[in-house]
Design a protein around this ligand. Structure first.
Ligand code: SF4
Length: 321
């Protein structure tokens, strides 16, 4: 049985035009499905405004879904009231994007790490030991040098290590990491990602890794889900999708990766032309059609492509398949 099953998940936000105008909906997540086995890592990829952060927050039930299903350990938690979600809160955690604002500036590192343990009723004599171990695990040593420090006394990389330690100190089964390295210096991104991978493997944590950068996903991911304008356009094993991307949008994202060969005189960073569409009024048919170089006239702008299994375990939503 998978740890997590997400079926046709929708998160729509109502917006009113004027005081008496009609209600319209920002369809941030619009029919997303996937499964995660225990210990698997799913990369969710997409540009800003593709709905990937909303998806992560909805799966954690920080946002209430509009429709679909979230099943965790065979329990349907889609509409479970907050008062009955305590066990789910204790089984899950989030690593935030911004290490500069996600830690309380008035608390010491010691308290920041102890707080989730206090909430779970861990006795004081055990807490200190767990905090020291957590600092060692994220390679902030010697731990005594960090316990009394405040977030402003730490570098961005050190703060994100604290963010990771805080998320993992209670040994959650499932973690959502939302662009955890995008605000860090390029030189330390790989280090933080490989730290996350080693802790994820050590504790068998199931994870969703949200990013706009496919290049960073390779450090962590077993599966990949590509989102465009609230829809999932491709989903499958990470290696298969990277080796042979099927959807023109995924192909464009991979082509946009910088060429590691500095001697290549054609080395350019190509990005998919155009802008992502509005989520209030997305284009009809395939939402990617205004930017797609392979759009089939008379079809793609009218009919929405179904999500099909094009190869074993490799799914795509595109009329080319
Ligand atoms: Fe391009 Fe048509 Fe495929 Fe959409 S369905 S990605 S417009 S070819």
């Amino acid at each position: 049985m998978p740890l997590l099953e997400v079926k046709e998940l929708r998160t729509w936000f109502p917006v009113k035009k004027g005081l008496f105008g009609p209600t319209r909906y920002v369809k941030a997540v619009d029919g997303v499905s996937f499964t995660l086995e225990r210990g698997e890592v799913l990369a969710v990829i997409g540009e800003s405004g593709s709905g990937k952060t909303t998806l992560g927050r909805t799966v954690l039930r920080l946002i209430k879904p509009t429709g679909g299903k979230i099943i965790f350990e065979e329990k349907d938690i889609t509409n479970t009231p907050e008062s009955q979600l305590r066990w789910y809160r204790f089984s899950t955690a989030m690593v935030f994007q911004d290490p500069f604002s996600s830690l309380n500036p008035y608390h010491t590192v010691q308290y920041i790490l102890e707080e989730p343990l206090i909430l779970r009723g861990v006795p004081p004599e055990e807490r200190h030991e767990l905090v020291v171990k957590a600092l060692e695990e994220v390679r902030l040593t010697p731990p005594e040098d960090f316990l009394k420090k405040y977030p402003h006394m730490l570098s961005g990389g050190q703060r994100q290590r604290i963010g990771i330690a805080r998320a993992l100190i209670t040994r959650p089964k499932f973690v959502v990491a939302d662009e955890p390295v995008s605000m860090l210096d390029v030189s330390i991104r790989a280090e933080i990602l490989s730290l996350m991978r080693s802790l994820q493997e050590k504790y068998g944590i199931t994870m969703i890794y949200i990013t706009h950068d496919i290049a960073t996903a390779k450090y962590l991911s077993d599966k990949i889900l590509v989102m465009y304008a609230g829809k999932m356009v491709e989903y499958g094993p990470f290696r298969d999708v990277i080796k042979e991307p099927l959807h023109p949008y995924t192909q464009a994202l991979i082509e946009a990766l910088p060429d590691p060969d500095p001697t290549n005189r054609f080395r350019t960073r190509r990005v998919p032309p155009g802008e992502p569409p509005s989520l209030i009024n997305p284009p009809p048919g395939c939402r990617f059609h205004p930017r797609c170089p392979y759009a089939i006239k008379g079809k793609c702008e009218k009919e929405e492509p179904p999500f099909i299994e094009a190869k074993k375990g490799h799914y795509v939503a595109c009329w080319l398949y």
